[in-house]
Design a protein around this ligand. Sequence first.
Ligand code: PEP
Ligand code: MG
Length: 532
Amino acid sequence: MKLLSTSVRASEGIAVGRAFVVRRTKSSINREKGSAESEKSLFATALAASREQIAHLAENSDIFAAHLEIIDDEMIVDSVETAINEGCSAEDAVSSSCEQIVSMFEAMDDEYLAARAADVKDIFARISQNLAGGVINPFEGVENGDIVVDRELFPSDMALLDFSKIRGFVTAEGSTTSHVCIMARNLSLPAVVGLGDASAEITTGDRLIIDGAEGLVIVNPDEYTLNDYLTRGLNYQALKQEQQAVANCEIFDGDRRVYVFANAGSVEDVERAIASGADGIGLFRSEFVYMQSSQEPTEDKQYEIYAAAARACNGKPLIIRTLDIGGDKAVPYLDFPKEENPFLGWRAIRISLDRVDMFCRQLRAILRASTDGDVRVMFPMVVCVDELRDAKYYLEQCKRELEQGGVAFNPNIKVGVMIETPASVFIADSLAAECDFFSIGTNDLIQYIMAADRANVKVSKLYNPYSDAVLRAVQSVILAAQNANIECGMCGELASDNLATERLLTMGLDEFSVNVGSIAKIKYELNKLTTK
Ligand code: PEP
Ligand code: MG
């Protein structure tokens, strides 16, 4: 029996099954390198075949729709053709360009963007295979109930492997925000990722136990351990079923309705959240709309997305947060200056108030979508009342423009403020007097209160949501909201932590906005606490 572990929490759940270790043989062919022109033409043929395959897959998958945008990016053709001009064969040019572009993505500070390196690798792997004569399925031989073990799983593997027939997967590389991890959480498929070279100790046919919540893999367990985990697996399944049973409940704490909203970054997230029992969307991260585009999305494009999200809510609230870029999130077309302290720099509402035309295009798109549902608008990183007043001033100006143009919108759209800085905690009473709701962003609030970078593992002990300073701040914000008679929600990760639910409920939190996979868990916890 061997124990392998990782600190990455990919997708919770316990699975026992036979290991299937994927062998990805590099496609290679022996041929004489031709002239630069003929190498470029071979590459062009493989690129066109790859594009056609991806376009076909994109008909049923957003992931491949994103691949389509990447493969159409001139950077790929430029980089491969430059390498061919420098004397490489088409195959070598594809492989060196892949390394170059992937390392560029991996170097990005933003975890979400860094995880997109997997998409780029995936696309280049497809081009390589097409150069060698066709796409190979590395999952031939996977049996029902297997646990798939691979160096890394790629989005396109979803078209080759039926994930519903396996019990889970283990990878050496990958992060919690990679597409396959997100998909595993959606399917409630246990997964352990980021195991590193330890994964090489597993061979096909080994019996495996995986515990996704603990990031643990047990290879060839003894009988006692096996029985122990089989029981734990059954208990986990039973708990999941109990949680699922209350996912659509309305929660009341006495007379007070307590809402479980969800955080979303796309219309698909909204659809999944509502189907999973969410009472609304407490945070629609509009920056993803900007980050997935090579130029600023037009007002019409944004309107389409916000309106689709509003319709997907079926009348339940949709809180759209205006652009929260900067810090660790960048977009190429915004020309960010190099900053010494990006988290204390040009980000979120600060950018919006500096780039008023862009801000107003977003506000008009949000206002237009407000006729498609209960749309609300929320401003990120507010630190003083003037910022809120300025943002509201532009909102009113946009309302007037729409009115003059005869465009419909909800004139009483609710306006909220994210409380995610110590400054906003201290002036919560003043802010509450001028807005309709609060949402506490603990992800940033903790890092600013504790002076501990949210992404720096060296200070992760200090980045503690349960520290006195953080809990007192949360309580004082809720009290300020109550005094002003406005609702107070929380959209930071702390809302998804069931160990915090009782405390937050007692403090008087009205709305828990959680990640989609945690809706049933938090509803269950709240239901237990309010019906005992
Ligand atoms: C937060 O800071 O808690 C939050 C929800 O915003 P983000 O994680 O997008 O910064
Ligand atoms: Mg934040």
